[in-house]
Structure formats: C-alpha cells, structure tokens
Write a protein that binds this ligand. Structure first.
Ligand code: ADP
Ligand code: MG
Length: 449
C-alpha cells in the first residue's frame, strides 16, 4: 500500500470513528495522529506520545482492523513512532538526561460518547416535539447565544437523550473549534467523588471551566438526592452562563418540581424550559415506520397504526415493538399480521384503543353538540357561540386526550397559556351554568362510550 492509499484508509478510519466518539475525545486523541509510512501489509503512524498509541489500540482495535492492514493473527498491522518533541527554546543544562519525558496524557474526565444514531436527521417531528426540535436546532446553530441553558423535560423514553446527542453532533459537525462534553449527572457525580478521593478535583474543575464550550447534561433529576454536589453544579452553571458557554440539560420533570434549592432551580429556568410531549398517533406511526425502515423491515401502515394506537406514551416501547416484530419475521420467515402482533406483544399493550381519545374526536363531538363546524373551532372566529365551543373543546382535550399542553396548543393554533386560560374559564362557568355543564357531560358521554 502506498502512502497516499494508506492515507485514504486512515482518513476513512477517522471519519468512521468521528461519528462514534465525542469531539473532545477526537480532538485530544485521534486528530494528532499522522500517517508516516504506508506499505501494502502494514502502516506506520506517528503519535505524540505512548498514551495516544495505547488509547488507539485499546479503544479502536476492531475499527483499525476494519480499515487498515491486519496481521495473520487478526491484530492490526500498525507500527508506531513517537513524534520527536519540539526543541526547547531554553537550552537544557548539560547534566540533565537527554530524553524528554512524553507530554502528560490528554485530560480524560468522564464523558459519554455521542451516539451516532441520535441525530436531528433521525428524530421524527410531530406536534409534541416540534417546538423542542426547533429550540434545540437554534441552540446547536448558535451555542451560547440563543437559549442558555436549554432545559428539556418530559417522561421516560420520549427522546430527550436523542435530542441532547443531536445537539452535540450538530455542533461537532458545524463548529469544529467548539469543545463539547456530554455527561450524565450520575457519571459526573461519580467522577467528582473519584477526583475528590484522588485529590485531583481542582484539575477536574479547571477542565470543565476552561476546556469546554458546550456542556450537555443528561438526567439532572439524579442530582436531587445528591445534595452535597448541588453547589458544584450551581457554580458550574453560573460559570457557563457568565461566559456565554452553552449548557443543555434534560430532566424527567420541570425545574419547579425538582427537590433542589431555589437557587439551583432559578439557574435552570434562566434560559428556555421546554416540555417534550407524548407524540400523537401520526407521529408514533411515522417513528415506527422510520425505525422499521432502518432495519429493512416492511411494516404495513395498517399494522403500524394498530400498534401505535396501543403503545402511546413511550417511544422506546415502539422501538421495542419494531425489534420484536423484526426478530419474529426473520426467524419464522412470516408476514406481519394483526394476529402476529397480538401474539408477540399483546402484553405490552397498555389500553384498549377504544379508550383512547384524540383531539379530532373531541372537536367532532363538541361541534355536534354545540352545532358549530370543526373548522370554526380551529379558526380564529370570535363569535360568542364558537368561542365558547372552542373553549369547551380545549377544556375537554386537556382532560381526556393523552397529550401535552404544547401539542394541544398546536392543534388549536394557540399557545399553551391560552389553553390553560380556556380550562379555567370553563371550570368557572360550569359552576354557574347548568345548561353548559349538561352539554359538556353529553360530549364526554359520547366520547367515552
Ligand atoms: P428519554 O431520554 O426521553 O428517556 P431517549 O432519547 O432515550 O428517551 O429515546 C428512547 C428511544 O426512542 C431512542 O432510541 C430514541 O432514538 C427514540 N426516539 C424518541 N423520540 C423519537 C423521535 N421523535 N424520533 C425518532 N426516534 C425517537
Ligand atoms: Mg434519557
């Protein structure tokens, strides 16, 4: 293999692993490696120090074998040369040893590698998550300059971690100079404990303050029972905010519901707090179709709808369903039918689809009882009869539909505070207006039977 050909293999290797590790790890460990020589059956790489060589061999053995020549025993046929250190500007005293110790290894604090599957391009958008996706793209386009911090909260398995990694990828792809660190709260705390024990905590603090531009923190709810570490996080958030560095946090609840100090909650509410809702039926179907397509599984629409009607509050379960079906179809070489679905995942189903109520059903039922058109309910018409019917529809949708305020807002083309206002108004009105109460009961009965 010639040098230029080897160079190409090495570039391909770098491109492959770049998608699978953080920008910081890539910049620290892999980018400084150069191709020195290339032959058909082995290559020589120039590394800045022995640590980089060991890091490469122990972390990327499999990938090296995929892209570079291999020995007969299956190990990568790679030689290493340590790059000669730059000449010291100050002359060395004659009695000192000539050899220069290798530079200290790059800082290696806890971090999570960005998952190459979690990118904006593979995140399916719908009313429940459109707002978050736009906010996340806004942050990723201009880190530290739009919403800071961005706080994403929502239930389990709805895509919070996916969005967090997507932000990391987007910045790494478009702003190569930005140093990104992706951590989980638990991992960070464990690292902090470890560094306290080893008396290297100052180094760790320096690292987070001066070597990172974008900090992505997953699952901040785990800080709740670790109050000794709250102060450290608070100082960190202050530092990032004061220096225009971006922080993104995910959590299973909004800041106001966290059992943390008011100061910490205030820090987290400084920027934008955004709720990740449960995807509506069409989005759930689109997600399943996308996941099936990625696996090469032909999932008929009718079946996707059938499953999505039953599994409705956790995208991870939808993914699990696709995986199960895929395994069954491949092992048994069968077609996907409703019966197969019921037999293989009936126990995963949460509720009879009959009990699921959609916004469209609420609108239709309200329109019938209040004698207006569905299109009026969605429009900005302000005539009294339509306005009341619209408020009733919002009130019932919030009560009966398993969806976030944000996505209900999208249906009605209104903000979530307008929906809340409508709910309060109707709650008040039904206390005084018996006729209205009866009409609403009728709509509810129609919907629930
Ligand atoms: P959370 O962090 O909210 O618990 P995750 O981000 O881990 O959820 O998402 C669980 C799984 O569901 C992941 O595999 C993720 O890719 C997938 N997922 C969630 N939402 C979406 C979406 N809108 N489009 C595509 N995949 C999604
Ligand atoms: Mg998560």
């Amino acid at each position: 293999m010639l040098v230029c050909e080897t160079q190409e293999c090495w570039t391909q290797f770098l491109e492959y692993v770049k998608d699978r590790c953080s920008a910081t790890a890539f910049g620290n460990w892999l980018a400084p490696i150069m191709v020195k020589e290339g032959a058909e059956d082995e290559i020589t790489l120039e590394v800045p120090n022995i640590f980089v060589q060991e890091y490469l061999l122990s972390n990327y053995h499999k990938e090296l074998c995929m892209f570079l020549p291999v020995h007969e025993d299956g190990s990568p046929a790679v030689n290493f040369e340590i790059k000669a250190p730059k000449k010291e500007p100050i002359p060395m005293p004659a009695n000192l040893p000539k050899t220069v110790p290798p530079p200290s290894p790059p800082t290696n604090f806890y971090e999570v590698k960005l998952n190459h599957r979690y990118k904006f391009s593979s995140f399916i958008e719908g009313a429940s998550n459109q707002f978050i996706k736009s906010a996340a793209i806004g942050v990723a386009d201009r880190p530290g300059k739009s919403y800071n911090p961005l706080f994403i909260h929502g239930g389990v398995g709805l895509g919070k971690t996916h969005i967090l990694h997507s932000i990391g990828h987007h910045i790494a792809d478009n702003q190569k100079n930005m140093r990104i660190q992706m951590i989980t709260t638990e991992g960070f705390i464990n690292d902090l404990v470890d560094n306290l024990r080893r008396k290297t905590v100052d180094k760790m603090k320096r690292f987070y303050r001066s070597e990172i531009d974008v900090l992505l923190i997953d699952d901040i709810q785990f800080l709740q029972n670790r109050l000794n570490f709250e102060e450290e996080f608070c100082i960190l958030l202050d530092h990032y905010a004061n220096n225009g560095k971006q922080v993104v946090l995910t959590c299973d609840k909004p800041p106001s519901q966290l059992k943390l100090s008011e100061r910490m909650k205030a820090r987290m509410e400084w920027g934008l707090v955004a709720h990740m809702g449960v995807p509506d039926l069409e989005t759930r179907v689109a997600i399943m179709k996308h996941k099936a397509e990625q696996k090469g599984l032909d999932l008929p629409n009718e079946i996707a709808f059938f499953i999505a009607e039953h599994l409705y509050n956790n995208v991870r379960q939808l993914e699990g369903a696709v995986n199960r079906l895929n395994a069954h179809c491949r092992l048994l070489n069968t077609q996907i039918t409703r019966d197969l679905v019921v037999n293989t995942m009936g126990e995963m189903f949460q509720q009879s689809p009959k009990n699921l109520i959609t916004v469209e059903q609420v609108l239709k039922s309200v329109a019938t009882i209040f004698q207006v058109r569905v299109s009026d309910l969605k429009s900005a018409t302000r005539t009294k009869s339509v306005a009341i019917a619209r408020q009733v529809a919002m009130y019932l949708a919030k009560m009966l539909v398993n969806d976030s305020l944000m996505s209900l807002g999208v249906y009605f083309n209104k903000t979530h505070s307008t929906i809340l206002h409508a709910c309060k108004t109707i709650e008040q009105k039904i206390k005084e207006d018996e006729m209205l109460k009866r009409q609403i009961d009728l709509v509810k009965r129609n919907l629930e039977c």
